[in-house]
Design a protein around this ligand. Structure first.
Ligand code: G6P
Length: 587
């Protein structure tokens, strides 16, 4: 959800290519437009381009700019269309800013600034920041004082980096509710995440909310929210989280799908669960969004069956707006790949304010915001997930959740060890799934059906398909199909059914019969025992037989592959689907 970067170099250096390298790593946060600003000969120079970063790179080749200090931005539009004039950096005379987040009171501020004669050139909320800073500079304040003066005026979430033509070797940056790190190495930098600065930095400081930093080639001066100087400890950048590129794969999504067996192995190895966390707990409350929400839905089946603890799963963006009754002895579990989804963070804050519940987090990005508001955290060992559609982080979340549910069950924990090998078998079915993709790639719409813990997998399969192929898709509980969705079934619509030979087999197979009686494009994912009993009229993909509790982790993989191959056949950019961003730091 917008990525920002700022790099300082020595006089005579040109940091433009380093800023671009940082932006390449941040593109997963948004790719509606990109821009860069540097200070050259005491003047701010800026270049912006609408669309993906490549367009900015092309522009830079035609009209190069250079400077020893620069800031860059990759945008996911919130306020103002994704046009070049709304692209960051946003300039007000002698100040340029890049911003991730939302200035919630920008309308009032804009109104006042306009009355004072400031002319707005964009529809962005960010422009008020540039003009507010410029107003302070016009009053004679130094840039750092200007910053201090305006922070009390703005509400919302922000990570901001700014340059001033009057302070040509410095970047001033501040964080509140949007992520920002400060990196140290060949250069001193600020960035939205550690990957963005990892090409030039080896050490990092994670800024806390309200903290503010001034960086130049030689030093970084840190201040807390009361503007008192602080001296945070630098940490080594964890190398296992540095994005090592696509390797032999044509895109990140395929690489990340294929990495799942090793992700599951690593996540199992690094997370030893101790049942003490459930002592005295009478209810579990799971909060999450998107794909992480689907992981939480599956956990409800597992927790209630194996831990015998009643479990609620809530869409984080809805939760705090309906005055929920939280109750006593609750364990709240936040599931979030990025650790910075604002909806999930705010839902956790709500629980914190309104109860004495303990909060556990399951996150992928180490040291992300969720780690600071949870009592304890389990990390999925998926490494950097770059593809916007989440794949390996999802199976890693399921691994931790299953581990929590089965910690006391030796048999299941033993069975768990075989799961990665079975996932590898599924990855071997790619040719078949690619053929299957041909059967759905020209559809306008698709239906996914599953029962029990495969109902959330039906939702996830549908989400993957719509995210990257733009085919409208809906997941349904198989038993619900007869209550409405069956009206959609005709000869063309693909109906994708998840039907392993488990205790729900008879029920699901009769729902499949209902679809077969009305449609011709019925696709079933089943196992060898199910295959013998299911109608030959349907197209079947046979997955390995597995103990039923692990079925969701296994069955999601072919659905990821199906969405992937369908999107490729339709010519889509699977890593950067339109309108989406990987981490959503606005409500
Ligand atoms: C965005 C992403 C989804 C993700 C969701 C929740 O919408 O595009 O892939 O599932 O955010 O993200 P989180 O980082 O909290 O898991």
């Amino acid at each position: 959800m917008c990525g920002i970067i700022g790099i300082t170099g020595r006089l005579g250096d040109n940091i433009v290519s380093k800023v671009i390298t940082g932006l390449e790593k941040l593109e997963y946060r948004g790719y509606d437009s990109a821009g860069i600003a540097v200070i050259a000969n005491g003047q701010i120079e800026r270049l912006r381009a609408v669309g993906k970063l490549q367009n900015l790179k092309n522009k830079l080749e035609d009209t190069p700019i250079s400077g020893n200090v620069g800031i860059g931005h990759t945008r996911w539009a919130t306020h103002g269309k994704p046009t070049e004039h709304n692209a960051h950096p946003i300039i007000s005379e002698t100040v340029a800013v890049v911003h991730n987040g939302i200035i919630e009171n920008f309308r009032e501020l804009k109104f006042d600034l306009q009355k004072e004669g400031f002319v707005f050139e964009t529809e962005t909320d960010t422009e008020v920041l540039a003009h507010l800073l410029q107003r302070e500079i016009n009053k004679g304040y130094q840039p750092s004082e200007a910053f201090k003066n305006i922070l009390g005026l703005i509400n919302g979430s922000y990570a901001i980096a700014s340059i001033f033509s009057s302070l040509p070797n410095t970047i001033i940056a501040v964080k509140h509710k949007s992520p920002l790190v400060v990196g140290f190495g060949e250069n001193i930098c600020v960035g939205s995440d550690i990957n963005s600065i990892s090409a030039v930095c080896r050490e990092v400081v994670y800024l806390e909310d309200g903290e503010y930093v001034e960086i130049s080639a030689n030093e970084a001066l840190f201040f807390d929210k009361t503007f008192r100087q602080i001296f945070p400890v630098k940490q080594k950048i964890p190398l296992d989280f540095v994005n090592s590129g696509k390797g032999k794969y044509m895109n990140y999504m395929l690489k990340e799908i294929v990495e799942q067996p090793s992700t599951i192995r690593k996540t199992l190895l690094h997370n030893k669960i101790n049942g003490e966390i459930f002592n005295g707990i009478s209810r579990i409350l799971i909060l999450a969004c998107g794909t992480s929400y689907h992981a939480g839905m599956i956990a409800k089946y597992w927790f209630e069956k194996f831990l015998k603890i009643p479990t609620d799963i809530e869409i984080a963006s809805e939760y705090r707006y309906r005055f929920p009754i939280i109750g006593e002895n609750i364990l709240a579990i936040a599931i979030t790949q990025s650790g910075e989804t604002i909806d999930t963070l705010e839902a956790v804050e709500y629980v914190r304010k309104n109860s004495n519940s303990r909060v556990m987090a399951i996150a992928n990005v180490k040291n992300s915001a969720i780690s600071r508001i949870s009592d304890f955290i389990f990390y999925t060992e998926a490494g950097a997930e770059i593809g916007v559609a989440s794949t390996k982080a999802f199976s890693a979340q399921l691994t931790i959740l299953a581990n929590l549910a089965f910690y006391n069950n030796e048999f299941l924990m033993q069975e768990f060890q075989n799961l990665p090998t079975l996932c590898e078998e599924i990855l071997g079915l790619q040719d078949k799934i690619e053929n299957l993709a041909k059967k759905i790639c020209s559809a306008d719409s698709a239906i996914y059906l599953g029962r029990g813990s495969l109902y959330p997998i039906a939702l996830e399969g549908a989400l993957k398909l719509k995210e990257i192929s733009y085919i409208h898709a809906e997941g349904f509980a198989a038993g619900e199909m007869k209550h409405g969705p069956i009206a959609l079934v005709d000869d063309d619509i693909p109906v994708i059914c998840l039907c392993p030979h488990n205790e729900l087999f008879e029920k699901t197979s009769s729902n499949i019969q209902m679809a077969l009686a009305r449609g011709k494009n019925i696709i079933i994912f089943t196992d060898p025992s199910g295959d013998k009993l299911l109608s030959p009229e349907a197209t079947k993909i046979i997955l390995p037989q597995i103990f039923d509790e692990f079925v969701p982790i296994l069955y999601v993989i072919p659905l990821q592959l199906l969405a992937y191959h369908t999107a490729l056949l339709r010519g889509m950019d699977v890593d950067k689907p339109r309108n989406l961003a990987k981490s959503v730091t606005v409500e």
